[in-house]
Design a binder for this molecule. Structure first.
Ligand SMILES: Nc1ncnc2c1ncn2[C@@H]1O[C@H](COP(=O)(O)OP(=O)(O)OP(=O)(O)O)[C@@H](O)[C@H]1O
Length: 470
């Protein structure tokens, strides 16, 4: 590939890798040493504000990324993530504040010098020209092409980058023939070939399948660990960001709301404030890192509902009822049960009792108080004997089968588990005189029987005139 072609292609690729021409008009800092060790963080953003015309996008943002650190930049669409990354790689110049990489002020560097310090994986990986994969990855070496000298390390760097990203088998293919996900990995390879101490990535997993999402973030985390790079990546998937990043920075409306370790930053409160949604944040049972579940807008189920049961099915019922707008109490159930943790996360009141210890004393009394105060009770079957005894006198309004939710779970109560069934439901529904619409809805609830139908079941059961059960 000729240098001119490379330059054209780089322009096509957002001008994110510098070319020699810009250096010609450069300044004293042009000769920045990419391995320069500087006191302080490798990426250092200080009080940066940036606008597009009248639109203020970043407002006094300060963020530091150390060598050996992988920081995830999370936040809603339009928060200013891409803009902040652009200020770091020198594509955008801040109105005020400073960005230093490796101790060098990026705004003072030529494009070529900046490109030896920061490599970028852009959000848009479309390539205007039809180059081979190898050509694209070689473009990462452009900042090292001297006017009169070659790039002795180039071939090895390209090989290494292709190998690390699992793209060597595409080496001779035209980049235009690759899928979006394959192309994204090639663009990551180009950034790796650039061999910079800092790496900024704009949604590097956006078009990757789940396997490659994990592999890509693993690779970035490994590079950061093994080579002491500083990486900052805008990532939309909060769970993945929490899993692979050392710290997260939450950007909303151009301001950093929180910066810190994922389990400190990803709280329901911060997620709620940044994304304007209610969310449950619980530890992922496999990785232990925070898992964020945005909740639907609260409904208007203006009822107090007590849930008896344990495990993930009870957790889903609690979350469904809270989302439906109910005031939820839960218990008794063992401390550490996922339903107890979910309920606490959603601000529902929880009664806990020792596991395997039977139910008596204070927990039993507290659970009975909640049962008595509830407008409706949901029992998540199968219940342990002590819980079965607890609800015996209370006649649960809705029963949900945890083991076979798809076939028979939500039931409008009227006779308990033994006389559940479509016919019974239909008979009761018809008796309520609600007509065909109600019949269809009831059949639907019995057939789908997901936890989402529980709220519907509670509503209907309480709404049902007495004659409907007769
Ligand atoms: N070149 C531009 N000219 C004018 N406005 C722009 C320009 N680029 C971005 N914006 C606006 O600046 C704001 C921040 O955009 P930015 O792309 O930085 O957000 P983001 O957090 O990366 O969003 P997303 O998650 O959707 O990629 C948005 O309101 C966007 O419309």
């Amino acid at each position: 590939m000729t240098p001119d072609l490379a330059t054209d292609a780089l322009d096509a690729l957002d001008g994110l890798v510098g070319d020699g021409d810009r250096e010609a008009g450069g300044n004293a800092a042009t000769g920045a040493d990419p391995t320069a060790t500087a006191d302080g963080p490798l990426i250092d953003v200080e009080d940066v504000s940036l606008s597009y015309g009248d639109l203020a996008v970043l407002s006094e943002v300060s963020l530091a990324v150390e060598s050996g650190e992988f920081v995830g930049l999370v936040g809603p669409n339009g928060a200013g993530k891409t803009t902040l990354l652009g200020a770091i790689n020198g594509v955008l110049e801040p109105e005020s504040g400073r960005v230093r990489v490796g101790g060098e002020r990026v705004a003072d560097l030529s494009s070529r010098a900046a490109s030896r310090l920061v490599a970028t994986v852009p959000q848009d990986t479309t390539v205007a020209f039809d180059f081979s994969v190898e050509d694209i990855v070689e473009m990462g070496r452009t900042p090292y092409h001297g006017r009169f000298s070659g790039d002795p390390d180039g071939a090895a760097a390209v090989d290494r980058a292709l190998e690390r990203t699992g793209t060597e088998r595409f080496r001779d293919r035209s980049v235009a023939s690759l899928s979006g996900g394959e192309r994204q990995r090639v663009v990551l390879a180009r950034a790796l070939a650039q061999e910079t101490p800092a790496l900024v990535l704009d949604e590097p997993t956006a078009s990757l399948d789940v396997n490659h999402q994990v592999r890509t973030l693993e690779l970035v985390a490994d590079l950061v660990d093994a080579e002491g790079k500083a990486a900052l990546a805008a990532i939309h998937d909060l769970d993945l960001a929490a899993r692979f990043c050392d710290r997260l920075a939450v950007l909303a409306d151009g301001e950093l709301l929180a910066v810190g370790p994922p389990d400190e930053v990803l709280t329901a409160e911060t997620v709620g404030a940044a994304f304007d949604t209610d969310a449950a944040v619980l530890p992922n049972p496999v990785t232990g890192t925070p898992a964020v579940t945005p909740l639907p807008d609260p409904g208007e189920l203006d009822l107090r509902v007590h849930v008896v049961g344990t495990g993930p099915a009870a957790a889903r019922v609690v979350s469904t009822l809270v989302s439906a707008g109910a005031t939820v109490t839960v218990g008794a159930l063992p401390e550490g049960d996922v339903a107890a943790e979910t309920a606490r996360e959603l601000a529902a009141e929880v009664v806990t009792a020792p596991a395997f210890g039977g139910l008596d004393g204070e927990p039993e009394a507290a659970a009975r108080d909640h049962l008595a105060a509830a407008d409706a009770v949901v029992a998540v079957e199968p219940l342990a004997p002590s819980l079965r005894a607890l609800v015996r006198d209370r006649e649960p309004v809705v029963r949900v089968a945890a083991d076979d939710a798809a076939s028979a779970a939500a039931e409008l109560d009227g006779g308990g588990a033994d006389d559940r069934g479509r016919d019974g439901d239909r008979r009761r529904a018809s008796g309520a005189g609600r007509g065909a619409e109600r019949d269809a809805a009831t059949d639907d609830a019995a057939a789908r029987a997901t936890p989402e139908t529980v709220a519907l079941g509670v509503r209907r059961a309480l709404d049902r005139p007495a004659s409907a059960d007769d």
